[in-house]
Design a protein around this ligand. Structure first.
Ligand code: SAH
Ligand code: SF4
Ligand code: F3S
Length: 459
């Protein structure tokens, strides 16, 4: 029905503007996490199946959709700036439609339209099925605000068809939402209850990706370890995928320290096509802070899980998220984060300073009492330490040979190639013969930098 309406409208607009393509070119700009990247592809699929055309040049577009993130204030500020940027275009171009979707849309809803009256529609993460209608309504001057969270919505009827920018990988969401309610985090409020997708739907999505030439899938969820559909848990799902798609590399993110089980670790160890990399956000090394964050594990439990990973999957890379300057974090607490980093030696870390988010438990109940300059100082310290430890962890790779999935030529030097090993480390290498992206090669590692392994191709 919507398809028909959109065709009819297209006809009238074509008639009016004498340019069909001009009317229905959409452009999506994506902020935030992997889930948002995935959702932008869902939205693209919905629009393409309703005869909209996608463009990757915002100047060509007359429908611009901004898919937004609320995790920190800086993420929201970026979007406010983009909206201001598009305001003048909105004034100049009569048939230009501007929509805001995603987590900010869910968080601040009609405030977006109140503060930016030139925005045509606002749609939250569980209402993307309404996007075609919202665009059609916009062409008639009707503004839409659709932000009902729906804990049954998994978009099982839509197969997103996409490649990540490397051209060979794709995300596959296995859960949506989050119910962990870490006290600092806005995600449970903007993404709603956790729900798991049917295993059959996930397998079908991967099958479609395989047919399109995808070589690597990245299973995503805010906490993949809590995946459960009837009797199938995350380890079972991983096993099914590994067996069904022996030629496909399988990655996943994010694991949660309180939930990651030995069964998952044993499954990762057992199947060569499951990548040996676990992203296990620790946030803090202090038990006092972990309790205030409502993370539901202790430093000791986290370190025990790290031991289990290292024992069950000896070749596994371990990465993390670290937050500094959370409420009541003293120098002593902070030192415990540094000592935990020294103990684990993470291969990579994403590091942040705490930013209070309205709506969360911490915002109302805990004092944001670490001064900004101390937050900055602590952030610098964790970054410096991680740079050192990251290099240390990579030095262990010198002299090893890794199977690398080739992603293309190196950015810095076009005569060299780049790809990733199973541990998700970037490998740059030279080759006497041309190599196509998407192929596997063995690379002997000769030297390393803090970000890259460097080597040569071997037979
Ligand atoms: N689901 C994942 C990650 C979600 S958000 C998990 O549980 O780890 C990614 C990271 O952003 C978090 O791990 C945390 O380190 C950071 N983050 C979340 N809320 C934040 C806030 N209010 N201020 C600063 N960093 C935050
Ligand atoms: Fe946020 Fe915690 Fe859920 Fe991660 S697990 S998305 S940090 S509430
Ligand atoms: Fe941001 Fe939403 Fe992801 S708040 S981190 S885009 S789930």
């Amino acid at each position: 029905m919507l398809n028909l309406i959109s065709r009819l409208l297209a006809f009238f607009f074509c008639y009016e503007y004498n340019n069909f393509e001009h009317m229905y070119q959409f452009y999506i700009e994506t902020y935030g996490c992997q889930m948002n990247v995935y959702d932008s592809e869902l939205i693209s699929s919905i629009l393409i199946s309703s005869d909209f055309k996608q463009t990757h040049d915002d100047r060509q577009a007359n429908v611009i959709i901004i898919n937004t993130c609320s995790i920190r204030k800086t993420a929201e500020d970026k979007v406010f700036n983009r909206l201001k940027h598009f305001e003048s275009r909105k004034k100049k171009k009569k048939d230009f439609i501007l929509g805001v979707v995603g987590c900010m849309a869910q968080r601040i809803k009609e405030d977006i339209i109140n503060n930016f009256p030139f925005v045509d529609f606002v749609i939250g993460p569980d209402e993307y099925h309404n996007i075609v209608k919202a665009i059609i309504d916009s062409t008639q001057g009707i503004k839409s605000i659709k932000t009902v969270l729906n804990s049954n919505e998994t978009y099982e009827d839509i197969i997103p068809h996409h490649f990540l920018s490397n051209g060979i990988s794709t995300y596959v969401a296995i859960t949506r939402g989050c119910e962990n309610f870490c006290s600092y985090c806005i995600v449970p409020y903007v993404r709603g209850k956790e729900r798991s997708k049917k295993p059959e739907v996930i397998l079908k999505e991967i099958e479609k990706a395989l047919l399109k030439g995808i070589k690597e899938i990245i299973l995503i969820g805010q906490n993949v370890d809590s995946y459960r559909y009837e009797e199938v848990d995350f380890a079972d799902l991983l096993q099914r995928i590994a067996i069904n798609f022996p030629g496909m590399r399988i990655r996943f993110s994010t694991n949660h320290p309180k939930d990651i089980s030995n069964k998952v670790l044993e499954t990762v160890a057992k199947y060569p096509n499951i990548c040996k990399h676990i992203h296990l956000p620790v946030q803090s090394g202090s038990n006092k802070i972990l309790a205030l964050m409502n993370r539901k594990y202790t430093r000791e439990y986290y370190l025990e899980r790290i031991k289990a990973i290292k024992k069950i999957i000896p070749s596994c890379a371990i990465t993390t998220d670290i937050m500094v300057g959370f409420c009541n974090e003293t120098d002593e607490d902070f030192k415990e984060t540094l000592s935990l980093m020294n103990e684990v030696i993470f291969d990579h870390a994403f590091m942040f300073k705490y930013n209070p988010r309205e709506g969360t438990y911490a915002y109302y109940n805990l004092k944001d009492n670490v001064p900004e300059e101390i937050k900055i100082e602590r952030l610098k310290k964790v970054i410096n330490l991680q740079n050192k430890l990251g290099l240390l962890s990579k030095k262990n790779d010198i002299g090893k040979t890794y199977e690398v999935l080739v992603e293309g030529t190196s950015k810095k030097n076009k005569s060299e190639y780049m790809g990733r090993n199973s541990q998700n480390k970037v490998v740059v290498f030279s080759s006497p013969v041309p190599i196509e992206k998407g192929t596997y090669v063995n690379v002997f590692i000769e030297k390393v930098t803090s970000a890259t392994l460097i080597g040569k191709i071997i037979k």
